[in-house]
Design a protein around this ligand. Structure first.
Ligand SMILES: NC(=O)c1ccc[n+]([C@@H]2O[C@H](COP(=O)([O-])OP(=O)(O)OC[C@H]3O[C@@H](n4cnc5c(N)ncnc54)[C@H](OP(=O)(O)O)[C@@H]3O)[C@@H](O)[C@H]2O)c1
Length: 255
């Protein structure tokens, strides 16, 4: 089979959470340009509708469905609406995340803990469980969890976020083990510093950027498109033997 065929996602339906901007938008675009029917989701319908207009112009088959990750009814609604429009779901990209706590973990309270675990861990698990019957019936599925290099080694002042991203890596491995026999793969991508709204507090700080650049093998900050190629590989048959993997996309920061 040619390499092009193995990256082809024609006939596959994908949900990408947090797809209105940043890394999620870049991943949704890459999957769509390779033939997948893509559901782009985030909390704000208006922003999603604007992204849909952009994607339509690029020939991407997509649909914009607002949902709040972490809220059970909203996630069920997202999956039901996707099925009604496109049929069974084959690819789930758990990309949306929250980070309400920046600072020492001693300052993190229960409300912060609950919020971050709801969005970053419980949400991805529950969405994966909602998609599981379709993937199992097809004998083919790919769950891609967007973790972070903070999930491998905790980032400074990002303690609780790092805990949640480590849990997401562990969840990925559990899904890979439990669902592998059904033809369902699960992998985690761990981006380094990528220039998005989410990481603004980091890349707008000169002292943080100086520390960061001192550790980078590739001397630049990442762009959202730097992450989408890895997601495409893991979503497609090009990554057919990859499961339970934890893949850094960090310009060599963690070497
Ligand atoms: N940027 C980095 O340096 C970096 C590094 C490592 C890992 N990551 C990870 O990469 C992923 C994407 O981050 P990003 O940098 O691309 O962020 P971003 O540009 O801020 O985009 C975040 C997306 O998630 C949506 N979102 C946020 N909370 C949500 C919720 N509760 N329910 C549904 N949608 C929600 C946002 O839209 P609405 O606000 O409209 O809902 C937006 O579409 C995250 O998992 C993050 O942890 C990022």
């Amino acid at each position: 089979m040619s390499t092009n065929t193995r990256f082809n996602l024609t006939g596959r339906t994908a949900i990408v959470t947090g797809a209105s901007k940043g890394i999620g938008k870049a991943i949704a675009q890459a999957l769509g340009l390779h033939g997948a029917q893509v559901v782009i989701s985030s909390r704000n319908q208006e922003t999603l509708d604007q992204v849909k207009v952009e994607f339509d112009a690029q020939g991407i088959t997509c649909c914009a469905i607002a949902a709040e990750i972490g809220q059970s009814a909203s996630m069920s609604d997202l999956v039901e609406k996707t099925r009604a429009i496109y049929g069974p779901i084959h690819i789930l990209v758990n990309n949306a995340a929250a980070n309400p706590a920046f600072g020492p973990i001693t300052n993190a309270d229960d409300a912060m803990f609950d919020k971050i675990m709801d969005v970053n861990v419980r949400g991805p698990l529950n969405l994966a469980k909602l998609c599981y019957p379709d993937m199992k019936a097809a004998g083919w599925g790919s769950v891609i969890n967007i973790s972070s290099i903070g999930g491998i080694s905790p980032g400074d002042m990002l303690g609780l976020y790092s805990v949640s991203k480590a849990a997401l890596i562990s969840l990925t491995k559990v899904l890979a083990k439990e669902w592998g026999s059904k033809g369902i793969r699960a992998n985690a991508i761990c981006p380094g510093l990528i220039k998005t709204k989410f990481s603004e507090a980091l890349w707008k700080s000169d002292p943080i950027m100086q520390q960061f650049m001192a550790k980078q093998a590739l001397p630049r900050i990442g762009e959202s498109d730097d992450v989408s190629g890895m997601a495409l590989l893991l979503a497609s048959d090009a990554g057919a033997y990859c499961t339970g993997g934890v893949y850094t996309v960090d310009g060599g920061f963690t070497i």
